[in-house]
Ligand binder design. Sequence first.
Ligand SMILES: NC(=O)c1ccc[n+]([C@@H]2O[C@H](COP(=O)([O-])OP(=O)(O)OC[C@H]3O[C@@H](n4cnc5c(N)ncnc54)[C@H](OP(=O)(O)O)[C@@H]3O)[C@@H](O)[C@H]2O)c1
Length: 290
Amino acid sequence: MKLLVYGAGVCGSLFAARMHQAGHEVSLLARGERLTALRRHGVRLAEEDGSVVERVPVPVVAHPDGEYDLITVFVRTHQVDGVLESLAGVRGDVLFLLNWAAGPRTLGAVIGHERVLLGFPTTGGTMDGDVVRYRRSDLVTRRIAMPIGEPDGRTTPRLERIVATFRSAGINAKAAPRMDAWLRTHAAFEVPLGLAVHAAGGPAALADAPDAVRGMLHRMRHNLAALETPPVPRAFAALRVLPQGLLVAALRLFLKSPTAAHSGLNAPSPATTAELKRLAEQLGAPAQAR
Ligand SMILES: NC(=O)c1ccc[n+]([C@@H]2O[C@H](COP(=O)([O-])OP(=O)(O)OC[C@H]3O[C@@H](n4cnc5c(N)ncnc54)[C@H](OP(=O)(O)O)[C@@H]3O)[C@@H](O)[C@H]2O)c1
């Protein structure tokens, strides 16, 4: 597969490296200092706090060029507008693997509706200089597949082809029929979570502030109730019906887990703040923790 990976941060770099290692023709699109670092050292990967740094020589480009079998976009929500313009003149289906609650039509309006696919990365990690420190996978996280879907929910030959290609590269992916609702549900959860974590100074600090966790849960419930469709996956409906005490305890456990410690949640930056703000706007939710 001739693949352009647009965005060379945590998720894009890791994905590009794995697809390159599986033998695909991958170009990783980067800019600024990241472009310079990638040209010099290739993608550098380390598992969580590990000292072993793997180097993967993925070809790097500064601009999209020509035609691809697939373009995967891994940028922050507020960075999507800039990407769309540059993809308008390039050929190839475009799979957006990012936080996005504004629906597929806003994307298709710029690049062509027939080109758009939606998904969400299930890997996670942080940047440590030019090293991507990715979250260790375990028996549980290995089973969580990256959801990918057509905007109208159909299972099409191209969707099946993409899922099969990712799976053959060792990336657990699955066709998801209601990807737009999935992304909006995720945003309903993610916006209060991200804002509360930032306000507290990190996931562990938030876990130690039960009142703030209760406030976050209240905003999650509010956002989920405001969705036009039932939550996807359905398990998120539990956030509205289970007793508050039980949910606060579960959320505090999650905030103290290695998963939270080794995700973007634990690496607040201007980019994450700007992403949460844009995501909150897309959702029509308050953009503040309190
Ligand atoms: N990290 C996680 O743990 C995680 C887990 C699940 C989902 N996600 C979601 O997945 C998406 C991607 O996250 P990420 O962690 O990979 O983000 P990230 O580390 O911030 O990477 C985004 C990359 O895209 C680059 N970029 C943005 N606009 C560009 C443009 N016009 N041209 C060239 N490069 C551009 C950025 O460059 P600059 O730095 O120069 O802006 C940055 O290198 C986000 O929606 C995020 O919320 C992240």
